[in-house]
Design a protein around this ligand. Structure first.
Ligand code: NAD
Length: 425
């Protein structure tokens, strides 16, 4: 097994480069297991298209700011590229490439006919007014317009973007096309062709994966959730609904802890009103990073990449880690927690519920038809549970971790698609 060792000193490695190193490390492990040749490995390690754009945005005071934006299509061998758009000041081309690569394996793993993509804008949306966010979104979309389209590349929400952002994207694309094109983006509001069940889909998938991995009654199982955004807040809610005892959650503003369990609905109302879980009156404050080291049964990292590294991994006590976020464990951390006997449900499996229901939204859009929430939930559950069973069975049969097995399946399917299609010309 070969690891791509970066040539820079660790201090100079950005979080984005760290994420890409992790993604390449996982790919090479899977390629080794599958016995892929060097040419195919290079194909899979390299994005098909990468676009970096400069996005000018007029601020309310008349100033002109220019921020960097990215769209990467990692692979399109199994269908159109699919992946979210992130607004975060730390995002860069390396991070977006890593996230696009993980999307490729994720779509293949759960058996939906997409390749992988991701987009990002290096900006903190909290520093922009709503009108500035709208101008920024529309201009960014205009810059990446040649790449996206319902049959080419379909964006969705990610960190720092939401239904409103998706509505602006749909409108900008549709104005340019001259007619409404709901299928260009998923995670839209219901009124524009969004799907029932999409808003909570990633979190529902996290719940399904957690319960499958637990293999016992969830009643009273202690859970800590890092990140209280679109994924983390509803993951906490659904796990609590299933009977788990959610004892701690955090967001960028702070962490709260209640040994007897948090009332997640009240906490969500507090976070909606105050912009953070911090200050929630029915819990104790906790230093942000301590949440990851709590003595709980289940830890759900649902914030950003690189939350658990070789520095804090030896202090992680949860026996089950379910990756709501993409890439929250570095490969070194992964090795440490696996060696300690803990189980990790990897991102490309645990958080696949989002892209599954995005796919269902796109199918409904392409057919100009809509399904009930029951139909959507049934299809989501079916795809998640099948993927989980396949991963667990391969891991058991070959002595692999769940992450290695998930990558062997995902990478293997993409490799097979390449081999069947052959090379043009
Ligand atoms: P979001 O912007 O809605 O929420 C991110 C949350 O993380 C916020 O609560 C933020 O305060 C918190 N956070 C950031 N840094 C933190 C820190 N150091 N400690 C604690 N909390 C911190 O984003 P999201 O859509 O919920 O995405 C979260 C993760 O899930 C990302 O890795 C994303 O790629 C992944 N993901 C999202 C979806 C989706 O459908 N939105 C699907 C699959 C995977």
């Amino acid at each position: 097994m070969s690891i791509m060792v970066p040539s820079k000193t660790p201090a100079l490695i950005t979080p984005g480069q760290q994420a890409l190193d992790s993604a390449l490390h996982q790919l090479h492990q899977a390629a080794e297991h599958l016995g892929l040749d060097d040419g195919l490995r290079t194909m899979l390690a390299t994005p098909r298209r990468s676009l970096t754009v400069s996005v000018p945005v007029r601020r309310e005071d008349g100033r002109l700011d220019v921020v960097q934006g990215f769209r990467v299509q990692h692979n399109v061998s199994r269908g159109p590229a699919k992946g979210g758009i992130r607004f975060h000041p730390g995002t860069d081309i390396h991070e977006v490439t890593a996230l696009a690569m993980w999307m490729t394996w994720k779509c293949a793993l759960v058996g939906i006919p997409y390749g992988g993509a991701k987009g990002g804008v290096a900006v903190d949306p909290a520093t922009l007014t709503v009108r500035e966010q709208e101008r920024l979104t529309r201009r960014y979309v205009n810059e990446i317009l040649p790449l996206i389209g319902p049959e080419k590349d379909i964006p969705a929400p990610d960190v720092g973007t939401d239904e409103q952002t998706m509505a602006w994207i749909m409108d900008t694309y549709s104005v340019s096309a001259g007619y409404s094109v709901p299928g260009v983006v998923t995670g839209k509001p219901m009124t524009l062709g969004g799907s029932l069940g999409r808003a909570g889909a990633t979190s529902r998938g996290v719940q399904i994966a957690t319960l499958a991995a637990l293999g016992r009654s969830p009643e009273g199982v202690g859970v800590a959730v890092q990140g209280f955004g679109k994924v983390g807040a509803l993951a906490a809610q659904y796990l609590s609904d299933a009977g788990c005892k959610v004892v701690a959650v955090s967001d960028v503003g702070g962490a709260v802890h209640a040994a007897g369990g948090l009332d997640v609905s009240r906490l969500r109302a507090h976070a909606a009103e105050h912009g953070s879980v911090r200050g929630y009156p029915h819990a104790d404050e906790l230093p942000l990073d301590d949440l990851l080291e709590l003595d709980v049964d289940v830890l759900v990292p649902a914030a950003l990449e690189g939350a658990i590294t070789e520095a804090n991994a030896p202090r992680v006590r949860a026996r089950l880690i379910v990756e709501g976020a993409n890439g929250p464990l570095t490969p070194e951390a992964d090795e440490i927690v696996n060696a300690s006997g803990a189980t990790v449900v990897p991102d490309i499996l645990a958080n696949a519920g989002g892209v599954i229901v995005s796919y269902l939204e796109w199918v409904q859009n392409m057919q100009a038809y809509s399904w009930s929430s029951g139909e959507v939930e049934l299809k989501l559950r079916d795809l998640m549970e099948n993927a989980f069973a396949e991963v667990r069975s391969l891991a058991g049969a070959r002595g692999l971790t769940l992450r290695q097995a998930a990558h062997v399946i995902g990478v293997g399917r993409v490799a097979e698609a390449h081999q069947m299609r052959g090379l043009y010309p």
